[in-house]
Design a protein around this ligand. Structure first.
Ligand code: PAF
Length: 283
């Protein structure tokens, strides 16, 4: 694996490599890698000529300073995992490298209602920061494929909207890979590293609650189902930001199972200090 810290070095290397017509896949990460990230690397290794990953804890997408400060950092273990998985290139820039002119936004992305619902509502500015950094990475790497995990379902929609508005480069195709889960169902997340032993035991309740929604999706009226789902996780000690059943295409909440063609249940909830998110496709 070749490690680049400077954008210019990476750009020059990729320009040469792509003269040979190589097709590349890009996996942006914030490090603290787990099997979910590695499954994205594996997908790219299977189908692309060149697999490029980045590790960068992006300050502009954190709306909570403590969350940024406490974000887990395991860089040596990350590098070992990427090498074992056969990743070709790792881009590991500094904040100054990615934001030479400072952290203020130089453009506003039009994300429509995606910016005002669910994660957009509870994490103001978060998606503008995600778009800002992924835009910079895409301009630099110009991959054919962008690999993202389904756990961040709304982020996948946001990035598709950002890519639709991109100009000047060929637009990458997004490939969404299924959420990787622990044996007890907990969605893999870098933030899981911050759970205490007791919190770790409680955390799978979130997936159990989503499974309960899926199992009862057509059996109970949806408002009643959501009330029961909420009680399941609040009784376990979670403080939900939201639990919703929504149209898979638009994230608009639905009232009845046949209000849309495909539906999805999404949740974000705090277990004490740690905010976890998850989702499950229902139909
Ligand atoms: O999903 C993440 O880890 C981040 O939002 C991303 C896409 C790497 C941008 O910083």
């Amino acid at each position: 694996m070749i490690l680049f810290k400077r954008a210019n070095d990476l750009r020059q290397w990729l320009e040469k490599a792509k003269q040979n017509g190589l097709k590349s896949g890009f996996i942006p990460t914030m490090g603290a890698l787990h099997a979910g990230h590695i499954s994205l690397i594996n997908q790219s290794k299977k189908s692309d000529d060149l697999t490029v990953a980045s590790i960068f804890v992006n300050p502009t997408q954190f709306n909570n300073a403590a969350d940024l400060e406490k974000y887990p950092k395991t860089i040596e273990a990350d590098i070992r995992q990427l090498e074992t998985a056969g990743c070709d290139i790792l881009f590991l820039p500094s904040v100054a490298e990615m934001y030479p002119d400072g952290l203020q936004a130089d453009k506003k992305y039009n994300l429509g209602m995606l910016e005002t619902v669910l994660e957009g509502k509870f994490r103001p500015g978060h998606y503008q920061g995600v778009c800002m950094i992924v835009d910079k990475f895409l301009q630099l790497v110009q991959p054919h494929y962008l690999y993202l995990g389904q756990k961040d379902f709304q982020q996948c929609m946001v990035l598709q909207k950002m890519i639709d508005q991109l100009t000047g480069i060929d637009k990458p195709v997004i490939r969404i890979c299924p959420t990787a889960r622990e044996k007890d169902g907990l969605a893999m997340s870098s933030r899981n590293m911050r759970l205490t032993t007791d919190e770790r035991k409680t955390a799978p309740k979130l997936f159990q609650m989503l499974t309960f929604i899926k199992e009862n999706f057509t059996a109970k009226p949806l408002p009643e189902l959501l009330t029961e789902a909420q009680k399941m996780i609040t009784d376990a000690g979670f403080k939900p930001d939201y639990i919703t059943i929504a149209d898979y295409e638009t994230l608009t909440p639905i009232q009845k199972p046949n209000d849309c063609k495909h539906s999805i249940a999404l949740v974000a909830a705090y277990l004490h200090e740690i905010r976890l998110i998850d989702n499950l496709i229902l139909s």
